[in-house]
Design a binder for this molecule. Sequence first.
Ligand code: GDD
Length: 328
Amino acid sequence: MKRALITGVTGQDASYLAELLLNKGYEVHGIVRRVALEDPVHRLWRIRHILDKITLHAGSLESYASIFNVVEKVRPDECYHLAAQSFVTYSFEDAFSTLNTNINGTLFVLSAIKEKVPECRFYYAGSSEMFGHAKTTPQNENTPFYPRSPYGISKVAGFDLTRNFRESYNLFACSGILFNHESPRRGFEFVTRKIAIGAARIKLGLDDELRLGNLEAKRDWGFAADYVKAMYLMLQQDDPDDYVIATNETHSVKEFLELAFACADLNWKDYVIVDKQVYRPAEVYLLMGDYSKGKKKLGWEPTVRFEELVKMMVDADLKNGEMLRSHT
Ligand code: GDD
């Protein structure tokens, strides 16, 4: 039985990845912060349904010793490093902790693997935010990085560390350059979920407005459950490599908004307030990924497109009245 270790196991992607690996017969281990173990109702909701099938270990990306101990104990065959401070806005508010957690955290995981289980295959969660203010569209594996936020900068550093460990120590280390990926399990701070919940709360009479930032930004949005399949496939190849994972479509926040509110039979213009306070100090205006390398080498393709994704998210939140009432 293969053993997988997932950092950031309480997150959206990890919840889908853990399900996928369990279905494939893996023994699944996850690293969580101690605070999450102490508050399972609020922090473990995405993996509640599989808690009896996976093993959780307390650890922190801020402590090499804690990461080292878990890697030594689990001795994984595959490690999926998904943990990070992943909210771009917050990275402007606290660049220090974002850079510290994301860069050192990646270095700690890579170093522990190199020391204890150098044969372990390693996946790094890179991001389309690394392209930032990209000079060309669509972006592929050869597009130069031009990050526009401390978060994007931290992800570029993690990407470089991953490549460096591959080249220096012969680790089977891969980076997925994943474009935005969403689902009904998306965190509430990200724009897609904020819109889906906003539309549902307005529909249920719980709110009468929704405050958003830049509606003109364009993103390539896919479905998270599709994207974790690509992570898995990267680690099953003969050689380690880096891959763009995307849908090759781009849509504005405004398009998402229009469609989401229409799914709830609402007109967004009656409720949405554009608030300049929500704008970012530096914006990434346009992202669209060319996933042809992943399609050719991994045989990967997205199965859920934009319209279906928006509908899936709004429908899920409309059905979730109890959660909406407690959400502020
Ligand atoms: N969060 C948020 N909230 N974003 C808003 C809002 C708002 O009220 N209004 C407009 N936006 C715009 C942002 O300015 C940005 O251009 C876009 O919506 C998407 O923002 P997010 O959903 O926060 O995602 P992101 O693109 O910054 O980053 C996400 O995707 C990356 C992959 O490209 C995160 O998941 C990152 O961790 C991930 O790496």
